[in-house]
Ligand binder design. Structure first.
Ligand SMILES: [Fe+2]
Length: 196
């Protein structure tokens, strides 16, 4: 049985430490533990953060002139659904109440606005003032389970400043590689219970 410092690890602790997935930024992991977040939420945020890491690394190399804030995107991926602590029914069903609630929660815990904002924006990628950082968090939140949204990908390409057909091919290559791991990620997420 998994242990942490000699004590049996809780499902949430296991969701935040198990497997070779990259660790969440420490402030995000600590907040999830403080809030006793649902283990499945911890697993989901870990997966989307890991995908965002690979996505920003790949795009940073093939689109080196595209300005995006990797630290902000990674924190956004690691915290975007934190409002589901307050709306756990949205972990297994539709709903957007967690979005504004999540941003307020992060602000209440002292997270700066420029990092808390993703909890509120990740579901509204069609907004006219959407930023590249917003789009990348949303893209990670789709492709982790192999979900391809051509309109979202088109918007990302528009933010690339590259020749559209070239950028589309490059983005498609990155997303296909990520989508190939979707089944394994889904199995990891659903191995953890919704109830804390
Ligand atoms: Fe999500």
């Amino acid at each position: 049985m998994a242990t942490l410092a000699g004590v049996t690890a809780s499902p949430l602790e296991r969701a935040l430490t198990a497997s070779a997935l990259r660790p969440l930024p420490a402030p995000a992991a600590e907040l999830l533990l403080d809030l006793q977040a649902p283990p499945r939420l911890g697993a989901h945020l870990r997966l989307v953060h890991d995908v965002a890491w690979t996505l920003t690394d790949a795009l940073g190399r093939c689109w080196p002139t595209v300005p995006f804030d990797t630290t902000a995107v990674l924190f956004g991926a690691a915290s975007h659904d934190i409002g589901k602590v307050l709306h756990p029914e949205e972990l297994s069903g539709p709903g957007s109440a967690h979005e504004a609630a999540g941003e307020r929660l992060l602000l209440r815990y002292g997270v700066p606005q420029h990092l808390a904002r993703f909890a509120g924006t990740h579901g509204s990628w069609t907004a006219p003032d959407v930023t590249t950082d917003d789009l990348l968090v949303t893209l990670a939140d789709k492709i982790w389970k192999g979900n391809r949204l051509p309109e979202l990908e088109q918007r990302v390409v528009e933010h690339s400043g590259r020749t559209p057909w070239e950028a589309l091919i490059e983005l498609d290559d990155v997303l296909e590689n990520l989508a190939a791991g979707a089944d394994e990620r889904l199995a990891f997420q659903f191995a953890f219970p919704v109830a804390a």
